[in-house]
Design a protein around this ligand. Structure first.
Ligand SMILES: Cc1cc2nc3c(=O)[nH]c(=O)nc-3n(C[C@H](O)[C@H](O)[C@H](O)COP(=O)(O)O)c2cc1C
Length: 345
């Protein structure tokens, strides 16, 4: 979760509980002193620092999330690989060139994030043909996710695009490749997964795991400010809204004064020293999304807004990662009709 929401604190806590803790690279350098004067270096330095800080706190599995749309994509990939990150998750565009940048390091697993079976098939075919590399897993992100969404606005509420439809489609899409290659390509479900029963439902549909974001914002270990976490606790159902992000994709966020102002045509002047997202139309945009998300991270929600998943309104307390994962395991066990913790997530 960018900008700065899932960093060493949250990622290491999740990894310590047996999950894959993920550090977001989007805007990771925004908190460095030279973010504006030396953007590229600031981001590389910040990523190195976060991976090392997380490693000091866990012996578990750590990943990074690198959006294809980042203009420093190659820098982020190379830095993560140099730091021997265990997994790279990459979406917000098709990560067709990812294996080339990693050059078969062997130590780092590569997991594209997609929103359709078509994209999954396309990536697998292209990676095999061009790079002789098969994705180590595929995350399928449905329309209930938080942040930028890989759907057209009219698809977001359309039942044909529900995660419950997408997962079996992607599982069917990867099956012939699994059979041909004689290896598994785990499918990971994401977007709106809230309880252990949800996890059970998607595993029953053929997913091998889940990716969760929203619930982990409301944890003590999450790297966001208390104000950011409180915005989740206080959000009602009607506060969740879809915005037209300056980067040209729809995004799900918690409605606030800042977004209302933007909706009413107000401009939030900014300087753009570095075009951080390739698809951002910064000249036409009323605000800088990197700056708005960094302000929100720091708790200055007057100057920004919080991305959040469709289920953020259900968050009613801040808990620990340990307690949250124990709750998910208990609910999973109940849904499976098995003793709690009987099967790892
Ligand atoms: C605050 C926030 C920030 C996010 N930032 C990113 C990001 O930087 N890159 C990305 O690929 N997905 C991002 N996402 C999407 C999540 O990684 C995840 O797939 C999705 O939100 C899962 O749905 P859930 O929030 O209902 O669990 C973000 C989500 C949230 C809530």
């Amino acid at each position: 979760m960018g900008v700065g929401i899932s960093m060493a604190g949250l990622a290491s806590a999740v990894a310590n509980e047996g999950g894959i803790g993920v550090i977001a690279t989007a805007g990771i350098g925004m908190l460095e002193r030279d973010a504006y004067s030396n953007f590229l270096e600031a981001n590389i330095r910040a990523l190195r620092k976060e991976i090392r800080a997380a490693r000091e706190r866990t012996k578990g599995i750590l990943g990074v999330n690198i959006m294809v749309a980042l203009s420093n994509y190659a820098d982020m990939v190379r830095t993560a690989v140099e730091e021997k990150i265990d997994v790279i998750f990459s979406g917000a565009g098709l990560p067709l060139g990812l294996p080339e940048l990693v050059r078969k390091s062997g130590a780092t697993k590569l997991v594209p994030i997609v929103s359709s079976a078509r994209a999954a098939g396309l990536i697998i075919r292209k990676w095999l043909a061009k790079h002789d590399y098969c994705p180590d897993g595929i995350v399928v992100e449905g329309p209930l996710a938080g942040g930028h969404l890989g759907f057209k606005p009219e698809q977001i509420g359309d039942p044909a695009f529900r995660l419950e439809r997408l997962i079996p489609e992607v599982v069917a899409e990867v099956l012939p490749f699994e059979q041909e290659l004689g290896r598994a390509i785990p499918v990971v479900a994401a977007g709106g997964i809230y309880t252990g029963a949800d996890v059970h439902k998607f595993l029953e549909m053929g997913a091998s795991g889940v990716q969760m974001a929203t619930r982990f914002v409301a944890t003590e270990e999450c790297d966001a400010s208390p104000e950011f976490k409180e915005a989740f606790v206080n959000a009602g159902r009607d506060d969740l809204t879809i915005i037209a992000s300056p980067v040209g994709m729809p995004g799900r966020a918690i409605r606030n004064r800042f977004l209302d102002d933007v909706g009413a045509g107000k401009k939030k002047p900014f300087r753009c020293p570095f075009h951080c997202i390739i698809t951002c139309k910064q000249k036409a945009s009323p605000y800088c999304i990197a700056l708005a998300l960094t302000s929100a991270l720091k708790g200055k929600l007057k100057n920004g807004f919080a991305f959040a998943g469709a289920n953020a309104w259900r968050v009613d307390k801040i808990t620990s990662v340990k307690a949250l994962i124990a709750e998910l395991l208990r609910e999973y066990g109940e849904a499976a009709g098995a003793p709690a913790g009987g099967r790892a997530l």
